[in-house]
Design a protein around this ligand. Structure first.
Ligand SMILES: Cc1cc2nc3c(=O)[nH]c(=O)nc-3n(C[C@H](O)[C@H](O)[C@H](O)COP(=O)(O)OP(=O)(O)OC[C@H]3O[C@@H](n4cnc5c(N)ncnc54)[C@H](O)[C@@H]3O)c2cc1C
Length: 454
């Protein structure tokens, strides 16, 4: 009889891990502390709740985020299948209706005969049994303290941020216009154009706006992911920074002037009803009253009502290279796995991708099978390779990019002069290696399950 696996955290990584483990024939006990204890960012009791942007990033062929999703599709990821079922229009990106997504994942997990969901906060790492820690960037304090005991001083905290969401009915459509940046993938975004005077006034007000004081547990280090930089921090770097970042006008034409605006704020549809839009890249920690006044300076949002305002939160993760093996097991205690953002990746899809691999490995360990590392050539293997082997002293979680994949051999790279060709080749190699891993993993799992049944 196979032992069950304990998975702590019913977020993106934990749900995918539980599903994969159960699909390999091993029972999973999935602990989720909500609703009894909420995090500062979650608002519902659903599993796999998406806390900020509703985008699973680009699904355009020949991009690294697409490759990662393609591997997950081939590995029968539950969460990617549900994301596709609940997708909303977003150009070349895979964006989802967050309510339907979380409801569907919750229902599928609850209905799986080998998964038991336990609504309880885990305050200490279980002292025995195969265990996956997937409690995410907002791990509860008690468990974080126990992880700190395990990890030593390598545990770090820093900021992460939420973008504001606006009620679609309160947008001024005489000013805001539909268009996708670079004309890619239809007109799924709304754009609020600013001229030079409006942009300068906005930056002045932003620099003068009062910020929320960081909470005690957040105040040790002002360090952000570059991709998640609060707008007031970006503006402090230089008056033009926003125009080259979230307010860049490139590839847009304002139908009222026929010209590219001086700057633009992009709004992305939040759900299928299209009744709300998020301000892309507008995460900030401005006090709420001042923030509303500031955002209403944006042309098209003069009378906007905000369903959610920008916020900044803690991010918790372990020092992967010091603590973890290439199968995301704790070096000193291999029955313990880390998955998701707390393992040291960044992003929804990256987190669930590590959950997929760890769910399969945890099942293999429970069944006494060898653990097969995901090949380095694949996107998932590259992410995990970074987590376990990154040599930077200043270790920081990452999103998937081509920079993480192994470069092509020199001779091959010389032959393929154009970047798109080189990328296509890297993708072909990645998918071939990943398929091999899938076949080997699945063959081993079938043998183990048949052995048990006999
Ligand atoms: C404020 C904020 C904004 C973000 N914005 C984005 C974004 O726009 N795009 C993006 O790709 N990523 C974003 N991220 C990162 C995103 O949270 C993660 O990429 C992703 O949700 C991580 O998945 P996860 O499964 O590791 O953690 P989560 O999805 O957070 O799941 C962890 C789960 O564990 C539960 N839990 C915590 N402690 C315990 C405990 N002791 N016992 C039991 N259960 C527990 C939590 O309630 C939660 O349900 C953001 C993160 C934060 C905090």
């Amino acid at each position: 009889m196979t032992d069950s696996v304990t998975i702590i955290g019913g977020g993106l990584a934990g749900c995918e891990a539980a599903w994969q483990c159960a699909e390999q024939g091993v029972p999973a006990r999935l602990y989720e502390m909500r609703p009894a204890r909420q995090t500062p960012a979650h608002t519902t009791d659903r599993l796999a709740e998406i806390v900020c942007s509703n985008s699973f990033k680009s699904d355009e062929v020949n991009t690294a985020p697409h490759l990662l999703k393609e591997e997950l599709r081939r590995a029968k990821s539950l969460l990617i299948a549900v994301a596709e079922m609940t997708r909303v229009p977003a150009g070349a990106a895979l964006a989802i209706d967050r309510e339907r997504f979380a409801a569907e994942v919750t229902a599928r997990i609850a209905a799986h005969p080998r998964i038991t969901v336990i609504r309880e906060e885990v305050t200490r790492i279980p002292r025995e049994g195969v265990t996956v820690i997937a409690t995410g960037p907002l791990t509860s304090d008690a468990l974080a303290a126990d992880i700190q005991r395990l990890a030593g001083a390598e545990q770090l905290y820093f900021y992460d941020a939420i973008a504001p969401v606006v009620d679609a009915e309160t947008i001024n459509y005489e000013v805001a216009f539909r268009a996708a940046r670079y004309g890619k993938g239809g007109d799924d975004y709304l754009n609020c154009p600013l001229d030079k005077a409006q942009y300068e006034a906005f930056v002045d007000a932003l620099l003068a706006a009062e910020r929320v004081a960081p909470k005690e547990f957040e105040s040790d280090k002002e360090s952000y992911f570059e991709a998640c930089l609060p707008i007031e921090v970006a503006a402090r770097r230089g008056r033009e920074t926003l125009r080259f970042g979230p307010m860049k006008p490139v590839g847009l034409r304002d139908p009222r002037t026929g010209q590219e605006p001086y700057a633009a704020v992009q709004l992305r549809q939040e759900n299928l009803l299209a009744d709300s839009y998020s301000l892309v890249g507008f995460q900030n920690s401005i006090k709420w009253g001042a923030q509303k006044a500031l955002l209403r300076m944006i042309p098209g949002l003069e009378r906007a009502e905000f369903l959610k305002l920008g916020q900044v939160h803690r991010n918790t993760y372990v020092n992967g290279p010091k603590l973890l093996t290439p199968t995301l097991q704790v070096k000193q205690e291999p029955r313990l796995f880390f998955a998701g953002q707390i393992a040291g990746v960044e992003g929804y899809v990256e987190s669930l991708a590590t959950g997929l691999a760890v769910g399969r490995w945890a099942a293999a360990l429970a069944q006494g099978r060898p653990l097969l590392p995901v090949p380095r050539a694949s996107a998932i293997g590259s992410l995990i390779n970074y987590v376990a082997r990154c040599e930077n002293n200043d270790y920081q979680p990452v999103n998937i990019t081509f920079a993480l994949l192994p470069p092509l051999a020199e001779a091959e790279a010389r032959q393929l002069r154009r970047k798109p060709e080189r990328r296509a080749r890297q993708i072909a190699l990645a998918l071939a290696a990943f398929e091999d891993w899938l076949h080997m993993t699945e063959a081993a799992s079938v043998t183990a399950t048949a052995g048990e049944a006999a």
